[in-house]
Design a protein around this ligand. Structure first.
Ligand code: NAD
Ligand code: TYD
Length: 348
């Protein structure tokens, strides 16, 4: 076990990054965690309040963008950073259809800036968090790490651009990079624009939930703490230059997920609203991850799906202040009106 390391977690005020901070601070009592986050619409300081209180001496937050070389280099030098784990990204497919440019700025150019800083300051390891969506869609079987990179959306193509730079930096300059590709996450602190928290927050208020197209699209769901343990395993045990899939055999159609949410919240099926497909051709039909490579190295998921989903729904019921502040914000209201307005009409 590595001793006394300092990890720079970029994007640590977002959903997965903040859960990863919790995972590290709990599981590595001699580690220090430093967060750099631009606090975009998706980043929220209230997500870090419990961490700041519980781990005050081992945690530091810096506001700023990963594209800002001066800020990134300044933090790596001042904090004597050993490892970088990059979660910072524009992360929502629907927003990428509306505004693809911001995805290139962060998910492509931002990764380049981090890689250059890691090279310059001899950081020991950088884990870049990518996604199974870089593989595109698969009708049968599962994506392995050897599957071709064939992204279909502005989001997934910008993520592919980011991770391919990590690969090329390793080959060209010897930069110590690793890449992870995980499926759709769910859990506490997920911004309520993604399927599960969007639907849960609406169902709690008896609002209709919009199903895109047939609802037969398949996603391979992973509880966020399993993703975090997988990332931490790769950070400490992965081979430099390699990419690792992270998954826990959680394939379900969107209709199946929606029915589970209705049941957990005791809400009627009449709250389901089938709409056209706002993603059109960019709506990937199925994701499916083969995580046997990482499992073969000794990692395994710890959470059972149904229990983790129930725990997640309960978290949104018990922590309404957290998501109600977001749902009331002008940015959220504008996005929902712009993206869903024509489909939901009076049910908005
Ligand atoms: P999120 O949108 O909840 O959080 C992203 C965070 O990055 C926010 O705190 C935001 O403020 C910050 N950020 C955005 N642009 C930044 C910039 N230029 N500089 C610094 N900080 C910036 O995203 P998430 O769901 O937590 O996803 C985290 C990472 O995991 C992303 O890279 C995403 O592609 C990847 N991923 C997500 C999922 C998923 O299901 N959510 C699955 C696989 C991989
Ligand atoms: P999402 O949570 O946005 O993740 P991703 O695009 O990364 O898979 O969407 C998950 C699935 O749910 C995807 O097939 C689109 C669908 N979906 C809906 O049907 N309605 C919605 O309102 C949302 C947000 C998603």
């Amino acid at each position: 076990m590595s001793k006394g390391k300092t990890i720079l977690v970029t994007g640590g005020a977002g959903f997965i990054g903040s859960n990863y901070c919790r995972y590290v601070l709990e599981n590595h009592p001699d580690y220090r965690v430093v967060v750099l986050d631009a606090l975009t619409y998706a980043g929220n300081l209230s997500t870090l309040v419990d961490i700041q209180q519980k781990y005050a001496g081992r945690f530091q937050f810096y506001p700023g963008k990963i594209q800002d070389e001066t800020v990134v280099c300044g933090i790596i030098r001042a904090e004597k950073v050993n490892y970088v784990v990059n979660f910072a990204a524009e992360s929502h497919n629907d927003r990428s259809i509306l505004d693809p440019g911001s995805f290139i700025q962060t998910d492509v150019y931002g990764v380049f800036t981090l890689l250059d800083a890691v090279k310059r300051f001899d950081v020991e390891r950088l884990v870049h968090i990518s996604t199974d969506e870089v593989y595109g869609t698969i009708d049968s079987g599962s994506f392995t790490e050897q599957s071709p990179i064939e992204p279909n959306t502005p989001y997934s193509s910008s993520k592919a651009g980011g991770e391919l730079q990590a690969r090329a930096h390793r080959i060209t300059y010897g930069t110590p990079t690793l890449v992870t590709r995980c499926g759709n996450n769910f859990g506490p602190f997920q911004y309520p624009e993604k399927l599960i928290p969007f639907f849960v927050s609406r169902l709690i208020d008896d609002k209709k939930v919009p199903i895109y197209g047939s609802g037969q699209q398949v996603r391979d769901w992973v509880f966020v703490m399993d993703h975090c343990s997988g990332i931490d395993f790769v950070l400490h045990n992965g081979a430099l230059g390699e990419a690792y899939n992270i998954g826990s055999d959680g394939e379900l159609t969107n209709m199946e997920i929606t029915h589970r949410l209705l049941k957990l919240l005791d809400k009627p099926e009449s709250l389901i609203k089938h709409i056209g497909d706002p993603r059109g051709g960019a709506h990937d039909k199925r994701y499916s991850i083969d995580a046997s490579r990482l499992k073969g190295l000794g990692w395994k998921p710890a959470y059972e799906f149904e229990e983790a989903l129930e725990r997640t729904v309960k978290w949104y019921v018990d922590n309404q202040g957290w998501w109600r502040d977001i749902v009331a914000s002008p940015d959220y209201q504008a996005f929902v009106a712009r993206f869903y307005g024509k489909y939901l009409g009076e049910d908005l």
